[in-house]
Ligand binder design. Sequence first.
Ligand code: ASP
Length: 443
Amino acid sequence: MLKSKWLLTVLILAGLVAGVIVGQMLHDPNFQITMSDSEHAHPVALGAFYFAGNTIFMGLLKMLIIPLIATSVIVGVTSVGDFRELGRIGVATLLYYIVTMAIAATIGLILVANIRPGEKITATERSVGQQTFDASEQVKKNIEAGPKGLVGAMQNLVGQIIPRNIFQAAADGKALPVIFFSILFGVVLTTMGQKGRLVAEMIGAVFDAIMKLVQLVIWLTPIGVFALLAWTVARIGLGVFASAIGAYMATVLTGLAIHGLIVLPLFCWIFARANPLKFAHQMRQALLTAVGTDSSSATLPVTIECATEMAGVSKKSAGFVLPLGSTINMDGTALYEAIAVVFLAQAYGIQLDLTTLILVAVTATLAAVGAAGIPSAGLVTMVIVVETVNGSLASMPGSPAIPIAAVGLIVGVDRILDMFRTMVNVWGDAVGAKIIDRFDRTA
Ligand code: ASP
């Protein structure tokens, strides 16, 4: 068992590295890490990678998400049993999510305000950004359909929680309504005595069966992450790190590193009394899957498997913290959104005062909560933050505003940053589960 876990980790790592190398070779056959445009290059190879990575691997993971969320939340809630305890765990979990996300957004703000990557952007780059935005039909559509402003962020959140039709929500793959329904359903089961216990036991068995499927699908992770990375790097190329946008990327990556390697390990050490290195090691397959899939939701099956099987987190705590965390606890996204918005303001020569920066931190946290755990969700909800900033700027002389088309500057590199912010998102969920597990055991 232990040997096969090691083999799998080595294979996943090899898949990630090979994906980057093959992707870069497709992007530039001479393997030169310079900016080059290969938008239409190798459509057959790109198609094959998309099919293997997105259609098959992500498809299989996604197939498991909704049944896994429903059963794990019900198992979590029914094993807590008592209402008061449920409330205590719920409050502690939400508090953990909010505090860590707010810290992440603040780290992002401090970095971007000091590094000032946006000031390096030239007028030519701004107009290329505008063209990129004009050509990005999907991004434009998502932004238009998305929520607007601070009120929009709240409405977006609440509107996402209560399902009109639970089956419709499940069929649409919407996690929050399914979680909401499962919590209520689990609570009711605990009040029904023997009958309720029987149903809970049956749902526990369904959960175990789905986890068995997860263990099978996990073996496809090396090929899946290889195909996904090759697909991403072949389209974007590693040269982006050396471009003007490179400074912005470096700012985001530095922030993610501070949060992921210092802040969250400190939380793990102080509040869970666990060795963060050992815990990260136990969670390694989930963290690497997050890099490959760009999706906390698609990674959820692997996160639950690592937390319960390798790191000894109880099914109760995992069922409580991980499904909810995969859709609302996004430290990496909050940090990224704060940096991206201030970067765009800098690129357009707009100065933000302290009040507006605080507003950015608050809205970035809310927007990250509202972002779904899917690729590039953070890019879309970031527009909420841009609009809130513009609302605040409207009262200033000359009413400067960040054009929405400015998003075009960062669309091209979003997928690469998404890998790392998703990894931090999943790491934040895992640390939360470990903390709540200890909190629950010592209570
Ligand atoms: N891809 C991220 C996630 O699934 C969300 C984002 O776009 O920031 O966690």
